[in-house]
Design a binder for this molecule. Structure first.
Ligand SMILES: [Zn+2]
Length: 390
């Protein structure tokens, strides 16, 4: 059903776009030129309309692709429900109203899913999903990202409209999926995760990938990671813990001096979903301050400790001027270096965000295997470069 509805949405979107191009709405509503969608019409467009009306519970007949009296009645019912003249044929006004009335459907990206996997599941193509969601880089997906499967993209929420008081007072935060109050004012994860259009650099044929390191800086291991990156001419993004950055400002400064990006991984690495809004903001701000103090630059990205986030955290990150970034692979801790290397390499693809910990000795050994293989096929760039932010 979802598959059919999605194909319909593409057909209808094309239909609507073609119709909008007509200069006279009146003329458009009066017919479709060579292919009027009115009683007697046949084809995939008619079938699409039948499917949609059936999905809305307005059309009870079979999907035949033939515009018969039942279809006409259903169209009329729909038109009445929308306050349109009930002519019983499909012009641009009705097509647009149908498009608007169709409920949007989302898919929330799960760990390990790629756009092509998601597309296959819903019977569409990765390119179609990328277009629908305005993804500049179809491979830059984040776990938890909401992908529109069909319909129109919701208009972005008004910036700064949500006051901190809008978060439920007291009580522990609900998980992201919960029906929290203020549904309409929820930050749209799409807006958080979707990178801006790529710079001309990203249009180059060479494939790019972002290697990221969490939980440092570690006074012993981070320098070794930096040495290896230097050896392989790879750039990476370090999601540092603010407290540790304060203790090792020289290492943080070295990251930037060697062309890497330093990003925010909170100040003390707590489960931020358990904190009050003020506590969340303080964690983000103190970490950004530590980075600013060490590098002279405030970070652009934030990765929640443990990957746990909810709406309030997304909102807090937005308010702090930070973009959320998760990862493509599973970056497990406490596994043997060969397995870590194998798992990391298996997640490598154009636009992937690979996550490792620069606090694990296994990372050093794994990097010795990962870096030569990755750099043979990819340009390893910072997250901001990959997202076209610089
Ligand atoms: Zn972490």
């Amino acid at each position: 059903m979802i598959y059919r509805a999605f194909r319909f949405s593409l057909a209808l979107a094309a239909l609507a776009a073609a119709l909008v191009a007509l200069t006279s709405l009146a003329a458009a509503e009066a017919g479709f030129g060579s292919r009027p969608l009115q009683e007697g019409a046949q084809g995939e467009d008619v079938a699409s309309v039948q499917r949609l009306l059936a999905e809305m519970g307005i059309y009870g007949g079979p999907v035949t692709g033939y515009f018969g009296p039942l279809t006409k009645e259903a169209v009329q019912r729909f038109q009445r429900s929308q306050g349109l003249p009930a002519y019983g044929y499909l012009g641009s006004l009705t097509a647009k109203a149908l498009e608007a009335a169709r409920p949007a459907t989302y898919h929330v990206v799960a760990p390990g899913e790629s756009l092509s996997v998601i597309a296959a599941r819903y019977g569409t193509s990765a390119n179609a999903l990328a277009r629908l969601n305005g993804l500049a880089n179809p491979n830059l997906l984040a776990v938890g990202q909401k992908l529109l499967l069909r319909g129109k993209q919701a208009s972005p929420p008004a910036a700064a409209a949500a006051a901190p008081a809008a978060a439920p007072a007291g009580a522990a935060p609900a998980p992201a999926a919960g029906g929290s109050p203020g549904e309409a004012s929820r930050p749209d994860p799409l807006r958080v995760y979707t990178p801006k259009p790529p710079s001309s650099k990203a249009d180059q044929p060479s494939k790019v990938l972002a290697l990221t390191f969490d939980d440092g800086p570690d006074p012993v291991l981070t320098p070794r990671v930096l040495d290896l990156l230097q050896k392989y001419k790879a750039k990476a993004t370090f999601f540092v813990v603010g407290q540790k950055a304060e203790r090792n400002p020289g290492l943080v400064k070295r990251m930037v001096e060697e062309g890497h990006e330093v990003a925010n991984h909170s100040y003390t690495h707590p489960d931020l979903t358990r904190l009050q809004p003020a506590g969340i903001l303080a964690e983000l701000q103190k970490a950004s301050d530590a980075i600013q103090a060490a590098t002279g630059k405030s970070p652009a990205w934030f990765r929640p400790p443990g990957g746990d986030f909810d709406d309030r955290l997304v909102e807090a990150a937005n308010r702090s001027g930070l973009r959320l970034a998760l990862w493509t692979n599973i970056g497990p801790q406490g596994i043997a270096p060969p397995l870590l290397a194998r798992r990391t390499l298996s997640a490598a693809r154009e636009g992937a965000i690979l996550m490792l910990h620069d606090t694990e000795t296994a990372t050093i050994e794994a990097l010795n295997e990962i870096l030569p293989k990755l750099t043979a096929g990819y340009r390893l760039v910072t997250l901001s470069e990959m997202a076209g932010l610089r």
